[in-house]
Design a protein around this ligand. Structure first.
Ligand SMILES: [Zn+2]
Length: 103
């Protein structure tokens, strides 16, 4: 069994918690992004084996922790916010390009 040094205990209210490394993510997409390597190959026996990004790699990939300790990607979250019409200075466009009234 491989012990990963940065493994954290399961949080009281996990969102997308990884049982391998103990990190928790605000979305399944972010969870998936922290898993790298080829399926079917064990790491570290295989250099390209399936594993979790470590904390330094998460930071280098643009991930940050929110106040609750969940990992998220601020740049991705910002793009999603613009796409959904939230947190932007300009009014959001509807499906057909019409401007939506402020809520
Ligand atoms: Zn993990």
């Amino acid at each position: 069994m491989t012990v990963i040094a940065f493994r954290r205990p399961r949080p009281a209210r996990p969102v997308n918690w990884c049982a391998s490394c103990g990190q928790d993510f605000t979305s399944l997409e972010y969870f998936d992004r922290h898993r790298v390597g080829e399926h079917g190959l064990d790491w570290p026996e295989h250099e390209n084996g399936r594993r979790c990004l470590d904390i330094d790699e998460l930071g280098a990939s643009g991930f940050r922790r929110d106040d609750a300790g969940h990992w998220f990607d601020p740049a991705r979250a910002q793009r999603a916010s613009y796409a959904l019409g939230g947190s932007t200075d300009r009014p959001a466009k509807g499906r057909n390009g019409e401007r939506k009234a402020a809520a």
